[in-house]
Design a protein around this ligand. Structure first.
Ligand SMILES: NC(=O)c1ccc[n+]([C@@H]2O[C@H](COP(=O)([O-])OP(=O)(O)OC[C@H]3O[C@@H](n4cnc5c(N)ncnc54)[C@H](OP(=O)(O)O)[C@@H]3O)[C@@H](O)[C@H]2O)c1
Length: 352
């Protein structure tokens, strides 16, 4: 017993120490990279080389769906796509806020083909309702923007009993993408764009999606970044799986952009770095670019910032993962989706 303690306690302490040091290094490098590349100044610099005409292209006859569309980046992206003439479905969870946003986009762009679709992406029942509306015989989706997201600092449960950060940022967008697979493939060439976050650079890939976070020591920022890392990984794998079907799957980071979400979720960080933050339109520029750029110019599974694919890992991050870890993540998510859909099979049947 005593020998076990003498041998294992120092090894355990050393491992903890190395892990802590790794996290500190990663966070430090993240702040350095963030100040340099995620800021308004970085956008101003990068945008000097942008082909401005891309956002002037026409999307008449194309169907675009944007989740979390009533404010922030989702609203800015909706405006950009509606301006190009897209038939646009703005997916919002609140009817009043959603209707106001739809009206605003119609008024600003003069595009009458802008519609509200109600859905709480953290609720499986609500997602099933949205899928039934979007995937009807003869319907199509050319661009799906998975933008809705939250960073909650206090533990909360979703309607289905999952951690609410996870249900909103990972499970919901994943189920929605999987359930829209048929219509996306029918509409090919089509695109799915995950609005992830550079914050994901601070987290390794955690494939264990079933493990619920404990309420004690709940770290909303880390959980948010963990799901944003998963989004990038899922985009990478779906891009491979769906490439031959003509569905391009991409992920992106908007940079640091001033929105209600940021003000509410990370007030300290926002206050400190406020001057470095971009406008929502600048944050949404790459989302609109990914919807409008020529097929052959986009890297499937790429993680974009300021219209260019970026490294998915910090050089000192130690966050690289193997193909088998990626496959395990997908298998775990698919099994969770099957379980949760089984619980909702009555709702699904009513809607078919
Ligand atoms: N702003 C940044 O600097 C930044 C940086 C990196 C990544 N991002 C990502 O960008 C995306 C947009 O964020 P934002 O900054 O624009 O934040 P935001 O202003 O809070 O907007 C988030 C949008 O998502 C909606 N939403 C949240 N939970 C939802 C749910 N369960 N069902 C349906 N809609 C839901 C919100 O609707 P309500 O109005 O009803 O709450 C809102 O419309 C997020 O995925 C975020 O992680 C932002």
């Amino acid at each position: 017993m005593i020998w076990t303690l003498v041998t294992f306690v120092p090894v355990l302490l050393l491992r903890l120490y190395i892990e802590l040091l790794g996290t500190m290094l990663r966070n430090l490098q993240f702040m350095f990279v963030g100040s340099k590349h995620f800021s308004r100044e970085a956008y101003d610099k990068a945008s000097k080389t942008f082909d401005k005409s891309i956002l002037e292209r026409r999307l008449d006859g194309k169907v675009c769906v944007v989740t979390g569309a009533n404010q922030g980046l989702g609203l800015a992206c909706s405006q950009a796509l509606a301006k190009c003439g897209a038939t646009l479905y703005m997916v919002c969870r609140n009817a009043e806020r959603g209707q106001k946003a739809v009206q605003g986009v119609q008024d600003k762009t003069g595009n009458p083909n802008v519609h509200l679709r109600l859905c709480d992406v953290s609720s499986v029942k609500s997602i099933l309702g949205l899928v039934a509306e979007l995937d009807k015989p003869g319907s199509k989706i050319d661009v799906l923007v998975q933008n809705a997201g939250v960073l909650l600092n206090e533990p909360q449960k979703s309607e289905d009993g999952y951690d609410l950060n996870f249900a909103t940022n990972m499970l919901g967008p994943y189920i929605l993408t999987r359930l829209l697979e048929g219509v996306l493939k029918r509409s090919a060439p089509s695109r799915v764009i995950f609005v992830s976050s550079g914050g994901m650079l601070t987290q390794p890939l955690d494939v264990d999606v079933q493990k619920a976070p404990s309420a004690r020591g709940y770290d909303g920022t880390a959980l948010y970044a963990r799901d944003k890392r998963r989004q990038v990984a899922v985009a990478e794998r779906l891009a491979e799986l769906w490439n031959d079907s003509g569905v391009k799957v991409l992920s992106m980071h908007p940079g640091w952009a001033t929105t209600e979400g940021v003000r509410k979720s990370i007030p300290g960080f926002y206050k400190f770095y406020q001057d470095k933050f971009r406008d929502p339109e600048q944050g949404a520029d790459t989302i609109a670019y990914l919807a409008l750029e020529d097929e052959d110019k986009l890297v499937p599974g790429g993680f974009y910032l300021d219209r260019a694919p970026q490294a998915k890992h910090l050089s000192m991050g130690g966050t690289q993962y193997s193909k088998s870890e990626l496959d395990r993540l997908m298998a775990n998510l698919d099994s969770m989706v099957s379980q949760v859909l089984e619980k909702h099979k009555d709702t699904a049947q009513q809607q078919t």
